[in-house]
Design a protein around this ligand. Structure first.
Ligand code: DNO
Length: 388
């Protein structure tokens, strides 16, 4: 697989010069300054591509070309936004950027409740705590009927938490769940937003009455529109699985399981309609076995995210060290190197370690933590390719 790295543009404290030194071959990035829904012009694409190439690297993957909410819920602006999306894909294809990752998660992208969960060895991991999340939903958003979505065991702890949580802790939870993890991945809420909870509630309201079937219909419509353009321009589209892979906040999520993956691949059965195999997201659902999924979908995978998780029966999800846990990274490398050896892969997230704690990075995207995992995976790849 091609060794790639997610880079957040010229403002990223991790520079392309640093990446060149550690064996990165390709860059995964987005036009982070272009507002969601607007056309990615040939000039803007060319500018960033040329910059990457100055360092002897290539722009391998777009992560992400964001899908606007109105496309996902089927709003009145959908046709215009779809046209813009198609033009952006065509411009990328013409520029030679041929792998485009996106997601189809309503309102909120990946979800974490803790950005600094201490590990026993002094490092920190990202974490999903179902009690904190339910508390955010039931007590902070106060979503109508939310209590019914959680098991009694969790709700008992939520009521306790509601009695003891301070205003500062509430603010931190809000900031973690809907601000810090969202803005930098082209999400809906950016740092500095004055009233993130209000804005978030307005976004949730857009999905009133949209169930799983309707969201599937909207995704199929999206795929029917954009896949032919991708095919014509030689672009491989690859949807990122929902993280975590289950419905949240009363919103449907439709890229969560083997059945879902099969569904969207068949919805428009074309090789340009593919999957981003995110081992972390998929493994965080106990219903998923990543080995089975990789064996089944490797040929329709265009991009791989290597990461692992530890999950318990109550739904606590810890981002594990990359070679341990349910992500089964070693076996995945074996499968993808055999079945689809030319696709790009990147290390997804890293623990916060050593000097990382003194720097300001986007959550999950510290330098040393990711470099450590990158070196581990390069070792695995070398062993696999030498037949070990
Ligand atoms: C988080 C990321 C996601 C991912 C998008 C892809 O670290 O894995 O935000 O980039 O869902 O569209």
């Amino acid at each position: 697989m091609e060794k790639t790295w997610r880079w957040f543009g010229k403002k990223d404290p991790v520079t392309l010069d640093m990446l060149r030194q550690i064996g990165v071959e390709g860059i995964v990035t987005s036009l982070h300054d272009v507002p969601n829904g607007e056309i990615w012009t040939a000039e803007a694409i060319r500018e960033i591509k040329d910059y990457i190439e100055l360092f002897g690297l290539r722009w391998s993957v777009v992560e992400s070309l964001p899908v606007s909410e109105a496309i996902k819920y089927g709003g009145s602006d959908r046709e215009r936004l779809l046209e813009n999306y198609k033009i952006s894909i065509a411009n990328l294809g013409k520029a030679g950027v041929k792998t485009v990752c996106y997601n189809f998660m309503p309102v909120i992208d990946w979800i974490r409740t803790d950005l600094h969960k201490p590990n026993g060895d002094g490092t920190y991991s990202l974490f999903f705590d179902p009690v904190k999340f339910a508390c955010f939903d039931c007590c902070i958003l106060a979503r109508k009927g939310a209590e019914k979505d959680y098991p009694e065991k969790i709700m008992k702890q939520v009521y306790d938490m509601d009695r003891s949580i301070t205003e500062a802790q509430k603010d931190e939870l809000i900031d973690t769940i809907i601000v810090k993890t969202q803005g930098f991945v082209s999400g809906n809420i950016r740092e500095g937003e004055k009233n993130p909870v209000n804005l978030f509630k307005q976004l949730l309201a857009l999905y009133d009455g949209i169930d799983k079937e309707q969201l599937r219909a909207n995704m199929k419509y999206f795929l029917e529109q954009v896949v032919p353009v991708a095919e014509k321009c030689g672009v491989n589209l690859c949807v990122h699985p929902d993280d975590p892979p289950f419905p949240v906040l009363g919103l449907p999520r439709i890229v969560t399981s083997e059945e879902d993956i099969e569904w969207f691949l068949n919805a428009v059965d074309n090789p340009h309609n593919g999957l981003t195999f995110c081992a972390g997201s998929l493994s965080s659902g106990l219903h998923n076995d990543v080995i089975t999924l990789a064996q089944r979908f490797a040929k329709r995978t265009h991009f791989v995210h290597l990461r692992s998780t530890e999950v318990d029966a109550d739904g606590y999800v810890l981002e594990a060290s990359h070679l341990e846990g349910r992500g089964k990274v070693i076996e995945l490398v074996r499968i993808f190197e055999r079945e689809n050896p030319h696709i790009p892969m990147r290390i997804d997230h890293g623990r916060l370690m050593l000097d990382d704690v003194n720097k300001t990075y986007n959550p999950g995207y510290s330098f040393l933590g990711r470099m450590y995992a990158f070196a581990q995976v390069m070792g695995v790849m070398a062993a696999v390719s030498s037949g070990q």
